[in-house]
Ligand binder design. Structure first.
Ligand SMILES: [Mg+2]
Length: 408
């Protein structure tokens, strides 16, 4: 039997915990919790810890009470991203069309592997990723992306399941509440309830136009997908960022202009790292700050030609900072935003873009030293008032942006 289109969904099993186990086999089989938010709560837990009653979001003090034998670790998103990229490459070995859906989830077009059945292909992918990367995953294959995700969600953990038989499909839909479909949260489900639509099968069997009137075109697309019509496209290229930003809380309130400017420069150096990584140039730069009383200041510069050069960005940030800040007033947060981003090939060199060989080689030398010696080993002298911040190793990595994907 030939399947003209089949889609797969691959999802790592408790990814952050599995990632920690890859580099430390001591953690295998033990209850493990990964902490976020400055170590205050559990953002991922192993099945052993889940069995003890610890949930995602449980504060650490409650988790320790529920699971005193647990091993609690601080998250390391850089490592998780390394494994995510390896997983992506591994999925690409099986499929030419792969969508990076989140740090540990991929959709892909299914092509049968070396003469294997679809079921055999799902198993081969799962086993290959465990053997080569060490991360346990679950693979679901079905007629559409939406169905494939439902299949893998129900096959967890370490499952591999190709579901194409229509009767089996209906059985699965019949026992799955509509809230299990990503895109149907409680509010939407409440709108379906009066029409007797509770399970995915109810939804698939409902009148399409009714579904559209209740849940707009996005809901209608889900209706088609649940009926086996693949209408949601596979996005094999990551959508480019519209904005990149760096910043956050200063960990206190300060009125010292030198310290505040140091925070601006620190965040700008972090932002330049991101711009370099994405090969993007900023068309606009915004300096945003929040005063201790909640009042905000925000100022923007538009560049005649987009840039990611630190010297040009810092020159533009200074007057923005001076206009945004009300001197004497304590500041608690600072963010720097790069917007109107341009990619290579789309950047027109302006007449006024100074071809400054010296600035470019200084930037290249700074990057090379920091790559070799450590992040921020070489940094702007304007950041000297923040020596205490740079000394704290925990400040050396970024909390919530997995390059290219916000994870929560
Ligand atoms: Mg997962």
């Amino acid at each position: 039997m030939q399947h003209h289109s089949a889609y797969g969904h691959l999802d790592a099993d408790c990814f952050y915990v599995s990632a920690e186990r890859v580099r430390d086999s001591y953690l295998r089989g033990k209850p493990v919790g990964v902490l976020g938010n400055q170590g205050a709560c559990v953002i991922a837990k192993s099945y052993e810890m889940k069995a003890a009653g610890v949930k995602t979001g449980t504060p650490i003090w409650d988790a320790i009470r529920l699971c005193p034998a647990g091993v609690y670790l601080k998250r390391d998103f850089r490592w998780y991203e390394v494994l995510s990229r390896l997983m992506h490459d591994a999925v690409r070995e099986f499929s030419p069309a792969v969508e990076f859906y989140s740090i540990d989830e991929f959709f892909f077009r299914v092509t049968t592997h070396r003469g294997l059945s679809l079921q055999g292909t799902a198993e081969a992918m799962r086993d290959h990723i465990l053997q080569t990367i060490g991360v346990p995953v679950t693979v679901g294959i079905a007629r559409t992306k939406t169905l494939a995700k439902l299949v893998s969600d129900t096959a967890k953990p370490f499952g591999a399941f190709a579901l194409l038989d229509r009767d089996a499909e209906s059985t699965l839909l019949g026992r799955t509440p509509v809230t299990e479909v990503s895109g149907i949260a409680a509010a939407r489900a409440a709108r379906l309830e009066p029409y007797g639509i509770r399970t995915c099968l109810d939804l698939a069997r409902a009148d399409r136009l009714l579904v559209r009137s209740l849940m707009t075109r996005a809901g209608e697309a889900l209706w088609y997908e649940l009926n086996g019509d693949p209408v949601i496209p596979l996005l094999t290229e990551r959508p480019p960022h519209k904005t990149l930003s760096r910043g956050g809380s200063l960990g206190g309130v300060t009125t010292d202009p030198n310290r505040l400017w140091a925070w601006v420069v620190r965040n700008l150096e972090r932002l330049v790292e991101e711009l370099d990584w994405h090969q993007a140039a900023a068309g606009e730069l915004t300096v945003y700050l929040m005063h201790w009383d909640g009042s905000e200041g925000s100022e923007r510069t538009v560049f005649a030609s987009p840039t990611r050069r630190f010297d040009l960005l810092v020159g533009a940030a200074r007057p923005c900072f001076e206009r945004a800040w009300q001197p004497g007033r304590g500041v608690s947060r600072i963010h720097i935003f790069a917007t109107k981003l341009r990619r290579p090939g789309y950047v027109q060199m302006g007449l006024f873009d100074p071809p400054d060989g010296q600035a470019l080689s200084v930037a290249a030398a700074k990057r090379a030293v920091n790559d070799a010696v450590g992040r921020f080993a070489l940094r702007s002298g304007a950041t000297l008032p923040l020596t205490d911040v740079y000394r704290d190793g925990a400040q050396g990595y970024d909390i919530c942006d997995i390059r290219g994907k916000i994870c929560f």
